[in-house]
Design a protein around this ligand. Sequence first.
Ligand code: ADP
Ligand code: MG
Length: 366
Amino acid sequence: MILESLQLIQFKNHSNTQLVFSPGVNCLLGKNGSGKTNVLDGIHYLCLTKSALHGSDALQVQHGKDFFSLKGNFRVQASPLEVRCSVEMGKKKQVFQNGKCIEKVSDHVGHIPIVLIAPDDTELIKGGSEGRRKFFDGLLSQLDRNYLEQLIRYHHFLKQRNALLKQFGETGRRDLTLLDTYDEELIRLSVLLANRRAALLSDIGPLIQEHYLSLSSGKEKVEVIYQTEALQPDFSANFLLLRQKDLATKTSNAGIHKDDIDLRIDSYPLRKVGSQGQQKSFLIALKLAQFHYFEKAKGEKPLLLLDDIFDKLDDERIAKLLEMVAKGNFGQLFLTDARPERSREFLKSLGKEVNYFTLHDGQVLA
Ligand SMILES: Nc1ncnc2c1ncn2[C@@H]1O[C@H](COP(=O)(O)OP(=O)(O)O)[C@@H](O)[C@H]1O
Ligand SMILES: [Mg+2]
């Protein structure tokens, strides 16, 4: 998987930026706020049709403008693939592959696997369960179109059901036949999706442990434990039993939108007992496990984006990561750093050619 060139038009602070990348290591330099992370986010957008920064499309459009457009020329299994995403406010977003408009945007997801490591983004570890569900759902969606479609369908029905519960509250009239239909579909999809989540987590657990040990000098046992009601034998009965509560609270209290994924270190919650270093190692191990899981499933190395790693990781972890890069464990690499001397020093140890780009105010300096 290679990104040969990228164009960002009216995407955040990039008015019109064009970059031609090396198939090896690409390092984006520039002061804070110059637009380095925005370039990585543009790549993320082209691969997954959304920003990595949890922002809606409206936040990606350059202030004062009403559209943005991104274009990337990729090589997938040695074949050229041009991807263009064009987003105009108030209109449906459009994604083109080799000039052809993709009917369903979700059909594009998974064509170009990508892994982004932003060590500062500890939301996955410290935040609520939604962030973790989103991460593992995103992982599965890149691998399995069926999963993504079922998940979209699940959220659609959930939204409908919640709206219906509210409507019952407002009108005092209850159309239980319609509620029955939603329940049946949500129960069916919960079981399907939960089985996929469970299979993924049991496959990826050992990979996370392996990467954790190779990144840190510790010997801790790390685990990802899936918490779901959907695989209990009485799930369907419990779903229906909760209906009274649903009617009272006007929300749906059962289903896979209530799942969590516990991250544990030596059997304790990572969020509570893990040191900052242990949490970062866990986060990176999780992403590296994702990388190798994708590689195995797709037979090709994903793009790897490393945002601010020199700033946010200690020397030992940086050295371990770069050692993996030098060994050829990764394919094309994109890094960002605000301090040119520091990154040149670190990257020298790779013994590989590195392409440097310097950004200033959303422009590439020649
Ligand atoms: N929608 C937008 N329109 C214009 N500028 C934006 C928009 N969103 C973010 N920015 C600007 O982008 C800059 C941050 O860019 P970023 O890529 O995060 O910088 P860094 O080089 O530090 O990684 C900030 O100056 C911010 O104001
Ligand atoms: Mg940044």
